[in-house]
Design a protein around this ligand. Structure first.
Ligand code: SF4
Length: 388
């Protein structure tokens, strides 16, 4: 069943490990690409060219990026900006490589290493963006070009699979003991690293991945909803996801929620919101396609007025009516993000570093596992006492 096996991709491993039944359920849904995924593919190609110092490859992806941004003006990007965004990642790779060469002058740097995972997953494979090897140590670095959500390297199955395949391939030559895994997300300044012993990574492959893959490929694989649902091809119609969202109905008929019950609801809120958005989006798509959603219809939404005609024409009209051109335009200082884009990070820091501050963020709830320190009423009170 090659087409089924191909569905156990490393990038979807969190989903098929969490919800083995999603593999079968997703079979009939298209697993289309998105413009963000396409942008990421171009960025990976450009980064590979920059790291391997292959000017032809860089130029090839400059042309692709220019064409891509020309077709998607809504992304407001340029190939030059992409290169600028990737530079700190490239610097990080070279710094890390130099540090390893310092430890072992035979250290090696590789890019886009395709690794075989068939020992653990039927038909499985993966690609490590960057591999840095030296005697006793393997470091894989994964570039994430997205800026939607910061991705953590901690216990990340996708990253562990790439590391496992790379480890199995090079262990004989480098006698690897420690495996370091890093996610570098340049657009969020997110650099997240996890470390694991090689023997523990092998054990994870045997004890978690092998049985997990077999279960996911079995006919009666169970379905379980979780955070992984948001990227599942079956997410719009899956009843298990709806059951999970509706589970909070158990509190109906109760007058007051306890702190424990509020904590349980908080833990599910992001999932609930995503579920609600997906249901609204898919119902609209179905209704527009002519499918009947009982009790619902498609109507025209609210819209705002907009100018039609060219800017020159509009200005001419206004001047004809006696308005000076200076009155027709608003002059605004560029936002910090756009100013930084204009100058580049380094010059921005030099020129405006002293004129930028990051005020304290508004108190917000986060799970105990969040790495930010907790703020309490006591710490707020102490701040006031200090000011007195
Ligand atoms: S939507 Fe969630 S519960 Fe349903 S099949 Fe996909 S991953 Fe499993």
């Amino acid at each position: 069943m090659p087409e089924l096996h191909a569905k156990l991709s490393s990038s979807a491993s969190k989903r098929w490990l969490g919800c083995p039944g999603s593999v079968k359920l997703s079979e009939h849904y298209p697993n289309g690409s998105s413009i963000y995924a396409d942008e990421g593919t171009i960025a990976h190609g450009m980064a590979e060219g920059m790291i391997s110092k292959d000017d032809k490859l860089v130029q090839k992806y400059e042309v692709e990026a220019a064409k891509f941004y020309g077709e998607h003006p809504e992304l407001n990007g340029t190939f030059l900006e992409m290169k600028m965004i990737l530079q700190p990642y490239v610097d990080y790779v070279f710094e890390e490589y130099a540090a390893q060469v310092h430890e072992d002058e035979a250290a090696q740097l590789m890019t886009e290493e395709r690794v075989d995972l068939t020992e653990y997953i039927p038909g499985g494979f993966g690609t490590s963006d960057v591999v840095i090897l030296r005697q006793g140590r393997l470091h894989i670095i994964d570039l994430k070009y997205g800026k939607g959500v910061a991705v953590s390297a901690q216990d990340n199955p996708q990253l562990k699979l790439y590391a496992l395949g790379t480890l199995a391939r090079f262990d004989m030559l480098y006698d690897i003991e420690d495996v370091v895994m890093t996610i570098y997300q340049p657009r969020l300044d997110n650099v997240s690293t996890d470390t694991i012993k090689a023997k523990d990574l092998y054990a994870w492959g045997e004890e978690v991945i092998k049985p997990g893959a077999q279960l996911a490929l079995s006919e009666d694989a169970p379905v379980h909803a979780g955070d992984w649902c948001q990227f599942c091809p079956a997410r719009y119609d899956c009843k298990e996801r709806a059951r999970d969202a509706m589970e909070l109905q158990k509190y109906l008929g109760q007058m007051v929620l306890s702190p424990e019950e509020i904590a349980e609801i908080l833990g599910k809120i992001d999932r609930l919101v995503k579920f609600a958005e997906d249901i609204k989006d898919s119902a609209l798509t179905k209704a527009l396609d002519g499918e009947e959603i009982p009790g619902w219809k498609v109507v025209e939404g609210r819209s705002n007025r907009k100018y039609v005609g060219s800017e020159e024409e509009i200005v001419r009209q206004c001047e004809g009516a006696g308005y000076d051109q200076a009155l027709l335009y608003e002059r605004k200082l560029l936002t910090i993000t756009n100013m930084e884009k204009l100058m580049g990070k380094k010059q921005f820091a030099e020129v405006l570093g002293a004129y930028v501050e990051k005020p304290e963020g508004k108190p917000t709830l986060a799970p105990e596992s969040d790495k930010r320190p907790a703020i309490t009423n006591n710490s707020a009170a102490e701040d006031f006492a200090d000011e007195d």
